[in-house]
Design a protein around this ligand. Structure first.
Ligand code: AMP
Ligand code: ZN
Length: 665
């Protein structure tokens, strides 16, 4: 086997494993073996750019940046769907159909996936392009991002047509959505509202490696084009599946509206067992010949109809509004309801979001309210049944003091949430911050759990995370239910955390908006806690991806005398508050003050490595060319508009080789 064949064989193998895992949900090799093959391919491709393939499985990891998404006209318009809400609506539709076509009509029933619609174009079995629906006539070219979605086949197998479009929906399964929100919660960031908006927002992210990290899926439902080699909708679903697409196997082929309704009723209940959200059923005339005869209205096909599920809703009495205090001091109002069945679970509590929401819906204690379950983790209240409002009812007065420490609440401009400003003395904030500090992604302290932290605070043994390093066996053993062995583990775990790398320590400090990624960026830029502590707001904002909001929050933290004292103590205990000698050795000031823009495809190092090299050597990476740009490092396929802009501004364009040899010196 020559090198080219070897690369091709690896690609085929990886495509197949991808398909087994992400489309068929049946892995045939371990993640470890998969990563091994992928790495091997990556290395071969980097060493042999002449065998470059835009549809190689290595493209899945992302890395491509899109500043402005190109507008592309759809060759075939992407129509909307007409909606129906009752069996009568469907029977009326059938009557209209029968007037327009001859012979019996059968229907394909499919679930209506709730996400963002997408049109994929394939030529000769390769993904050529992915375009959003846009206004139906034209959409945005989001190919780079779509390639990172593992269930989108980059190459097809079987008897696929030479050229066709396929339409589908990009969805974010609930598990993945909840995991993303759990991570945001930990970073003290605002949660995503629902899977659908998050899925459609993902398509327009500028950094495709960020899209690669999101657990998105692509579910397909329609072939578009001529000479497709199929005669019915149902057959086209089966064909598409055989070519490698993820086509859910829930579709039904039926001969009457009665049977359509059985399908609807079944899925109205069982949709809650699916891993992703659906908001209805789409019913399509099965025969493509009949579809053609029926044609389109100005807005939608006559041959298809959406049936919308009624939102899963229940009504119940709101007994009391209580308020929770998070680790950042954010107040969340919670509705405590008389228990009610909703979508298979008993609901007792629902989110009220914030004061504005309560005011907008005029929600009051004693009201009978409507509760809905969407993609949100906990159900929400969507309205009040005013007919059942008691005479004695009074408008809700939002609390003005913290329910835990009675400090007056504050509300920042442009923020919906109220906060308890008693950073140092409010119990849930104190406990929450220490719990965050010890958590797995932060200091990862073994032998100490969240409950124990609360106990230690209650007993007055600790009041902040620096106090952890003063704990001794004599302190802990007398505590209730604390065995000697557990106490030893706890002290050892705390001791070991002194080895944790600085970037994780910075994350552990619990500075608002400083999540894992931001902490890494700040550490790479400033290297020591002292440098961060003395950086001005303007200076902080210059760091890649650090905006006003984060910079402000960092300044607030370090301006606070109590934080300064904590840092001083952590330093004394030997916690890592600067990057290690090894990390430092990799870093120079060679490129100090220089701003780079990286564009195109590189061969010796990946784009990510190139950026790391720039940053390690003290340079800055920017995503767009301006008069301040020092150099553009151009790879293959650098966009012509970028080149023109660089030339117009007189910015020097250099290449990968020259850059690498410069820093090698
Ligand atoms: P609407 O946005 O309410 O007009 O509904 C039309 C949208 O439903 C289409 O643009 C598709 O994105 C989406 N959809 C979801 N599942 C299906 C399906 N099985 N067949 C057709 N369209 C679907
Ligand atoms: Zn408080």
């Amino acid at each position: 086997m020559n090198l080219k064949e070897k690369i091709e064989a690896l690609r085929q193998q990886l495509h197949k494993h991808n398909h087994d895992y992400y489309v068929k949900d049946a892995a045939t090799i371990s993640d470890f073996e998969f990563d091994g093959l992928l790495k091997e391919l990556q290395q071969l491709e980097e060493a042999h750019p002449e065998f470059n393939d835009p549809n190689s499985p290595t493209q899945r990891v992302g890395g491509g940046l899109t500043k402005n998404f190109e507008t592309i006209a759809h060759e075939h318009r992407m129509y909307s769907l007409d909606n129906s809400y009752s069996k009568e609506d469907l029977l009326d539709w059938e009557t209209r159909l029968k007037k327009m076509v001859d012979g019996p009509i059968s229907f394909t029933c499919e679930l209506k996936y709730d996400g963002a619609s997408i049109s994929l174009t394939y030529k000769n079995g390769k993904l050529l392009r992915a375009v959003t629906r846009g206004d139906g006539f034209q959409g945005d070219n989001v190919t780079t991002n779509i390639k990172t979605i593992k269930s989108v086949p980059l190459t097809l197998s079987g008897d696929y047509p030479e050229s066709f479009d396929i339409r589908g929906e990009i969805v974010l399964p609930l598990d993945g959505f909840n995991a993303m929100n759990a991570a945001r919660e930990e970073a003290g960031e605002e949660l995503y509202r629902n899977p659908r908006n998050t899925a459609s927002g993902s398509l327009k992210l500028q950094d495709s490696s960020e899209v690669a990290n999101r657990p998105l899926e692509c579910l397909l439902y329609a072939l578009v084009g001529s000479s497709l080699g199929v005669e019915t909708q149902y057959e086209s679903l089966e064909k598409a599946r055989s070519w490698g697409f993820k086509v859910p196997d829930k579709a039904g082929l039926v001969k009457s509206i009665d049977a359509v309704f059985e399908f609807v009723n079944y899925w109205d209940v069982h949709r809650h067992d699916l891993p992703y959200e659906t908001d209805g059923v789409v019913i399509k005339v099965n025969n493509l010949q009949q579809q053609e005869e029926l044609g389109y209205t100005a807005k939608a096909p006559r041959w298809a109809m959406a049936y919308k599920f009624k939102a899963e809703q229940a009504s119940s009495v709101l007994n009391e509004i209580t308020y929770q205090v998070g680790r950042t001091g954010a107040i969340t109002p919670v509705a405590n309801l008389s228990p009610v069945e909703l979508a298979g679970t008993t609901v007792k509590r629902a989110s009220l979001h914030n004061a504005d929401q309560i005011k907008k819906l005029d929600i009051r204690e004693g009201d009978t309210v409507y509760v809905e379950k969407g993609g949100e983790i906990i159900p929400k209240i969507v309205g009040v049944n005013l007919l059942l409002r008691p005479n004695s009812s009074e408008p809700t007065k939002y609390i003005v003091q913290c329910p835990e420490c009675h400090t007056s609440l504050v509300r920042k401009q442009d923020e919906a949430q109220h906060y308890c400003p008693n950073y140092a003395g409010c119990f849930p904030q104190i406990v929450g911050r220490i719990q965050h500090f010890i958590s797995r992604k932060a200091m990862d302290i073994d032998g100490l759990g969240g409950e124990t932290v609360a106990l230690l605070v209650r007993e007055g043994l600790i009041n902040n995370y620096a106090d952890l390093y003063e704990l001794t066996l004599e302190h802990i053993i007398p505590l209730e239910r604390m065995a000697e062995k557990s106490a030893q583990n706890m002290v050892a775990g705390i001791e070991n955390s002194k080895q944790i790398a600085f970037e994780r320590v910075l994350f552990a400090l619990g500075i608002r908006y400083v999540g894992e990624t931001v902490a890494k960026k700040i550490v790479r830029h400033y290297k020591t806690i002292d440098a961060i502590a003395t950086a001005t707001q303007e200076d902080l904002e210059q760091v890649e991806e650090i905006g006003v909001r984060i910079a402000q929050s960092v300044r607030e933290f370090f301006n606070d005398i109590a934080s300064q004292e904590l840092i001083r103590r952590l330093k004394n205990y030997g916690v890592q508050l600067e990057i290690s000698a090894q990390q430092m050795a990799d870093q120079t000031n060679l490129l100090q003050g220089e701003i780079f823009v990286v564009s195109g495809v590189f061969h010796q190092v990946s784009r990510t490595e190139l950026k790391k090299l720039i940053e390690d050597n003290g340079g800055k990476v920017s995503s767009s060319i301006s008069a301040r740009t020092s150099f553009v490092i151009a790879g293959d396929k650098m966009g012509p508009s970028k080149r023109a802009k660089a030339e117009a501004l007189g910015v020097t364009i250099t290449d990968e080789d020259s850059f690498l040899s410069r820093i090698a010196k």
